[in-house]
Design a protein around this ligand. Structure first.
Ligand SMILES: NC(=O)c1ccc[n+]([C@@H]2O[C@H](COP(=O)([O-])OP(=O)(O)OC[C@H]3O[C@@H](n4cnc5c(N)ncnc54)[C@H](O)[C@@H]3O)[C@@H](O)[C@H]2O)c1
Length: 367
């Protein structure tokens, strides 16, 4: 039974997670390093709760700079501090000594393996990944990630908590870099980048195809401008360092080095003047949509074969985490296996990167 719920880190993600926990009815304790940050978090939560007409939930949230107080005897912790293994390990180590006997300790990390974070605590079976999307209050999905030692009981409790917060969940059985959703996003990016780096298409051609044919909610490059190319480039770098094999996007690196970070800096793959404007896709040409989505389809089937994610959860992750109108399986059916395999072979021959080799599960599940 969860009575006390603690969120460590009250930034972009932490304050939203705390709001969700309060709406779910938990007694929530939020900790950050300064009163100013906590006040800012409180104001944002109050504003959001008033929009949702759930102001009463604010009474269930306690804000404190005293981490011991926030963690003492807590039953469930979500850590949402900066993406730094040293800082996260300190938090988990402290939590390990203070929380209740049966507490679950979750991390909202985007790129650090859960098993690595778990090393900071005594009872590693209680540590799990809970990857919310930004903004947590509005995004419907949470990725639940097992570390090497995570117990079934911990998985069950984390799934329950996410459900109580009104979220859909997908279960990732191994803490692979990028989990599912980020990984699939980078699989589309890498093909877009490969086309761009090799001057086979322009940014607007790729985005036009993604929006018009694949019916993605945003173009491949427009999304990166929106996320911030500094953030995207550093995530790509972190995932590669952790063993993610991906086509290295030279265009991302160029943008990063020239400080063209996207909407926030006024220029990225598109130029933004004054207010954020929808970039024009006039005179854009179609690229092969099957090529653009081929590596993402291959990745999905590889993860299904390795039993890291179920087929159902792959589809759910793409629809709810990326807002795709179709699952990878549905795109595969639309474009046909032979077209996808031909594209993958072409990517493999051009780059020599083995992750482009068509996965055996692709052909097996389709026949
Ligand atoms: N921003 C996103 O879109 C997003 C999405 C999913 C997951 N994440 C992950 O969520 C985590 C938080 O990201 P964010 O975007 O909210 O970052 P953020 O920088 O907005 O917030 C981090 C907060 O942690 C606080 N903090 C730092 N050290 C602390 C400590 N020792 N004790 C308590 N608080 C401390 C900071 O003061 C800051 O307020 C990261 O691991 C990130 O990878 C981010």
């Amino acid at each position: 039974m969860i009575k006390k719920f603690t969120v460590i880190g009250a930034g972009t993600m932490g304050h939203g997670i705390a709001e969700l926990a309060a709406i779910a009815g938990y007694d929530v304790w939020v900790n950050d390093i300064s009163d100013e940050i906590l006040l800012n978090a409180r104001n944002k939560i109050a504003w959001s709760l008033s929009k949702l007409k759930k102001q009463e939930a604010l009474e269930r949230i306690h804000f404190t700079t005293n981490q011991e107080e926030a963690l003492k005897d807590t039953d469930f912790m979500v850590e949402a501090v900066i993406e730094d293994i040293k800082v996260k390990s300190q938090v988990f180590n402290k939590a390990s000594k203070l929380v209740s006997e049966t507490a679950v300790l979750a991390s909202n990390t985007s790129s650090i393996p859960i098993s690595e974070i778990a090393k900071a605590v005594d009872r590693q079976e209680r540590v799990i990944g809970m990857h919310f999307f930004n903004p947590p209050v509005l995004m419907p999905l949470v990725e639940i990630i097992r570390g090497e030692k995570t117990s079934e009981e911990t998985v069950r409790i984390a799934l329950d908590v996410a459900k109580n917060m009104g979220k859909e969940t997908i279960l990732i059985n191994k803490d692979i870099p990028g989990f599912l959703v980020t990984r699939i996003m980078f699989r589309v990016n890498e093909v877009g980048c490969w086309l761009l780096d090799n001057k086979m298409a322009e940014v607007k051609d790729i985005d036009y195809t993604a929006i018009q044919v694949l019916q993605f909610p945003m173009g491949v490059f427009l999304l990166q401008d929106y996320v911030g190319l500094d953030v995207s480039y550093l995530i790509q770098k972190a995932l590669i360092e952790r063993g993610f094999e991906v086509y290295y996007c030279k265009s991302f690196e160029q943008k990063y080095n020239s400080k063209e970070f996207g909407m926030k800096s006024g220029k990225g793959f598109y130029t933004y003047k004054g207010k954020i404007i929808e970039p024009t896709l006039e005179n854009a040409k179609l690229v092969d949509p099957a090529l653009l989505v081929s590596s993402a389809i291959n990745e999905s089937y590889r993860l299904i074969r390795l039993r890291i994610v179920s087929k159902e959860d792959v589809g759910k992750g793409c629809k709810l985490g990326l807002n795709w109108p179709k699952t990878p399986e549905e795109y595969l059916k639309e474009f046909g296996l032979s077209t996808i395999i031909r594209n993958l072979k072409m990517l493999y021959e051009s780059t020599g990167l083995p992750h482009f080799i068509p996965d055996e599960e692709l052909t097996r599940s389709y026949s």
